[in-house]
Design a protein around this ligand. Structure first.
Ligand SMILES: NC(=O)C1=CN([C@@H]2O[C@H](COP(=O)(O)OP(=O)(O)OC[C@H]3O[C@@H](n4cnc5c(N)ncnc54)[C@H](O)[C@@H]3O)[C@@H](O)[C@H]2O)[C@@H](O)CC1
Ligand SMILES: Nc1ncnc2c1ncn2[C@@H]1O[C@H](COP(=O)(O)OP(=O)(O)OP(=O)(O)O)[C@@H](O)[C@H]1O
Length: 330
């Protein structure tokens, strides 16, 4: 399949244990409730790509929490997403917008997985609102195993001198390997400088998280130092937004893993399958995110060539899911 190597095929096979089986007894939301936090006046594409990829890779409910002025454009991209423009930047706040943290928490406490950062921007008020959310999210409602994915401006919060102390403290409140960070090469360097460490392993250990260090080869390392490398080729077109597709797919896989591991739904391997540990499911979720993103990029490049945009790639994400996990007969 797609020129994948045998060890990659083995991991894809194992990941079937993370994917819930569809049955007539399921109700809405059991196969994942995701909230993407990002989107501001300048960037409306990034959170959309993440949320859209999460939807078409199979999550049941995908919410998008964004800046007030980003809400309408993003709603216009898709009626499938539930867009909540409850965040306010410095401009909105001086033009009649009143920030209400309770509206935010009532949304977030329903969600199994949060993606924080795509297209968030660097406005001071937005960063403060999101930092508070990252701090409170692990203790909201009854769910204390909520997962968090940090990317883009969410990673800026981690590497910036002004916010890093609070962010590092906040990440400690999440369970082991419940936080995933997805830095590109430049973001990784900034994080390593701020944390004063010299390897991906030390980043993961210090934060108690999984790091997906993106590049030609994606390097995935968990908090115990387990290291996987994904050298599947993908495509050579480097348009902006491919990292957003990645966070959306990882979010869906973490939501699936929670459905099977935390909420005990049957997986594609059936009820008798020996369950995997959370550590293994979380690593597999990141590996599938990386593989499916590269597969979508390759498939889109084969279709449209060098004009490839993230919209082309995102359009392949559902097809990639079907190739990885062919549908059971209905
Ligand atoms: N359509 C959209 O709305 C998009 C919005 N985006 C958002 O744009 C905002 C700023 O993101 P930036 O990524 O520009 O962040 P930064 O302003 O931190 O810039 C990072 C810089 O690093 C460079 N870089 C990345 N990988 C590199 C590598 N391997 N070697 C050398 N240089 C490398 C990039 O070209 C970029 O200039 C974020 O909020 C992000 O989510 C991006 O996600 C792209 C798509
Ligand atoms: N040289 C490369 N060859 C193949 N795939 C790559 C290469 N560099 C990055 N990728 C893939 O592209 C995806 C996004 O990585 P990238 O480094 O572009 O992130 P990013 O800069 O954060 O993206 P974004 O534009 O969304 O902010 C990852 O899945 C990664 O595997």
């Amino acid at each position: 399949m797609f020129g994948l190597k045998s060890h990659q095929k083995e991991l894809i096979k194992l990941s079937r244990k993370c994917v819930p089986k569809l049955t007539p007894k399921l109700y809405k939301g059991q196969c994942g409730k995701i909230c993407v936090v990002g989107g501001c006046e300048e960037y409306t594409g990034a959170p959309y790509f993440s949320a859209h990829a999460a939807s078409i890779f199979g999550s049941d409910l995908v919410y998008l929490l964004c800046e007030k002025r980003a809400g309408l454009p993003i709603k216009g991209y898709s009626p499938n997403l539930m867009v909540h423009p409850y965040l306010g930047d410095s401009y909105s706040s001086t033009h009649g917008f009143q920030y209400d943290f309770e509206r935010v928490t009532s949304l977030v406490q329903r969600c199994h997985v949060l993606v924080v950062g795509p297209g968030l921007g660097r406005d001071e008020q937005m960063l403060q609102q999101v930092l508070q959310l990252v701090e409170e999210a692990p203790t909201l409602g009854d769910d204390h195993d909520r997962c968090l994915i940090l990317d883009a401006d969410g990673l800026f919060l981690l590497s910036s001198e002004s916010y890093t102390e609070r962010m590092q403290k906040a990440l400690k409140k999440y369970g082991d390997d419940r936080v995933v960070i997805t830095p590109n090469c430049v973001e990784l360097k900034r994080i390593m400088t701020t944390l004063e460490v010299d390897s991906v392993e030390k980043v993961s250990e210090k934060l108690g998280c999984i790091t997906v260090a993106k590049g030609q080869i994606d390097v995935i390392v968990n908090s115990l130092g387990e290291r996987w490398e994904n050298d599947y080729e993908g495509s050579m077109k480097r348009c902006g937004g491919q990292g957003d597709t990645l966070t959306g797919i990882i979010a869906t896989m973490l939501g699936f893993s929670r459905a099977v591991g935390d909420f005990k739904l049957a997986s594609l391997e059936g009820d008798d399958a020996k369950p995997l540990s959370w550590a293994k499911m979380a690593m597999l979720s990141c590996f599938i995110g990386s593989t499916a993103t590269k597969l979508a990029s390759k498939a889109a490049y084969e279709k449209v060539g060098r004009q490839l945009q993230t919209t082309d790639m995102n359009n392949m994400v559902g097809e990639v899911f079907e190739k990885l996990y062919p549908s059971q007969p209905n």
